[in-house]
Write a protein that binds this ligand. Structure first.
Ligand code: FMN
Length: 381
């Protein structure tokens, strides 16, 4: 039974080949930032108030230009279609049913056009800028053609960090099914069947380009090698000119960069350390959020991700200045465990936890929580 995110994580571990589970679950180097993302929520307690009529409650709130039924959305995670057959479509359907967006990763099995054709709801796309201008422009054109409303430019991946679990599993830069990968896959027959039914996975964004090779692993290797390591603020300015809709910078973790993002014309930022997968030793996002929110003073939407597993985590971030929260591994565990129903279960579960947490704090809405701000919390001694 999936009662919480940790249940889904355990179920995902049972269902996925170890090599994929570790890829999702792991962080960079010593995994200190990965651990801090969870531990630092413990720096705050919630303010409990009683004898308030909380019989009428709502979780609706505004972020990224629209009123949303829930204060969170599904963030971009690569290769959803390798954790469950047609994973991107399943996750997007669960998100659309809950009225929240999913941001499709550049590293996806389903292309934007497929997602557009097979799901309803608002389309968001996460862009890695590639050093090949033709492919880079093609990705932007595809986003425009599919009617993407919001583009997330990920800025914390100038280089890809080392995830030691992947190294141990021999998964780093694997481009084809090695004997080890094959054995890891065959140990999970239900997953194998699911994949066989879904057909040969390809990276949808570049599957039509022969120079990227064949099959998702090889194509992903080519994509990863072409991520533009020279990306800088001038490119952000260029993209701002090029992209006529909402532009969000994902991977901001300092006041200086938050202010620079505003200066560069971003509509919003995602305070993120990539779920502890990039700079190990970087602070947790919940630790950085208050000073970033104070510096921006409501001039930009602030989303936050990294480590969100509980409704109370979401409540704390909203109190500390986030407009909304992006889920990463939380929904991916649900997807790997039980497909669309698993993602729906995680969304419903977190919504219920936020709702009950607010009610027990004597609050009836996210709007009340945001208005109260840090006063809704108490720093733990
Ligand atoms: C398996 C995996 C793949 C990811 N792929 C991408 C990606 O393609 N693009 C991106 O911007 N972020 C990617 N991320 C980072 C997430 O968008 C998000 O920042 C992170 O998962 C948040 O941390 P959490 O999983 O602890 O909630 C990935 C994360 C994971 C776990």
């Amino acid at each position: 039974m999936l009662i919480n995110v940790e249940d889904a994580r355990r179920a995902a571990r049972r269902r996925l080949p170890k090599i994929f589970f570790d890829y999702i679950d792991g962080g960079a180097f010593a995994e200190e930032t990965l651990a801090a993302n969870r531990a630092d929520f413990g720096r705050w307690n919630l303010r409990q108030r009683v004898l308030v009529d909380t019989s009428r409650r709502t979780l609706a709130t505004r972020f990224l230009g629209a009123e949303r039924p829930l204060p969170f959305m599904l963030g971009p995670v690569g290769y959803l279609g390798l954790y469950a057959g047609h994973g991107e479509i399943l996750a997007a359907r669960a998100a659309a049913a809950a009225g929240i967006p999913l941001a499709l990763s550049t590293f996806s099995i389903a292309s934007l056009a497929t997602l557009r054709a097979r799901t309803a709801g608002e389309l968001h796309f996460q862009l890695y800028v590639l050093n090949d201008p033709a492919v880079r422009d093609e990705l932007i054109e595809a986003a425009l053609a599919a009617g993407v409303t919001t583009l997330f430019l990920t800025v914390d991946t100038a280089v890809t960090s080392v995830r030691e679990r992947d190294m141990r599993n021999g998964f780093r830069a694997v481009t084809h099914i090695t004997p080890r990968l094959g054995a890891s896959m065959l140990a999970r027959p239900f997953w194998c069947l699911d994949m066989l039914r879904a057909g040969m996975p390809q990276c949808g964004a570049v599957a039509h380009r022969p120079e990227f090779g064949h099959g998702a692993l090889e194509q992903a290797g080519h994509l990863a090698r072409r991520i533009d390591t020279r990306l800088n603020w001038a490119d952000v300015a260029w993209l701002r000119q090029r992209w006529p809709h909402r532009l969000v910078l994902k991977g901001i973790l300092s006041v200086e960069d938050a202010l620079a993002a505003r200066e560069a014309g971003a509509d919003a930022i995602v305070v993120s350390n990539h779920g502890g997968r990039q700079l190990d030793g970087a602070p947790s996002t919940i630790a950085m959020l208050p000073e970033i929110a104070e510096a921006l003073a409501g001039t930009l939407d602030i989303l936050v991700d990294s480590g969100f597993r509980r409704g109370a985590d979401i409540v704390k971030a909203l109190a500390l200045g986030a407009s909304g929260v992006m889920l990463g591994r939380a929904y991916v565990y649900g997807l790997a465990a039980a497909g669309e129903a698993g993602v729906a279960r995680i969304i419903a579960h977190l919504a219920e936890e936020v709702d009950l947490t607010l009610a027990l704090m004597g609050l009836t809405s996210v709007a009340e929580l945001k208005a109260l701000g840090p006063a809704a919390l108490r720093p733990r001694g």
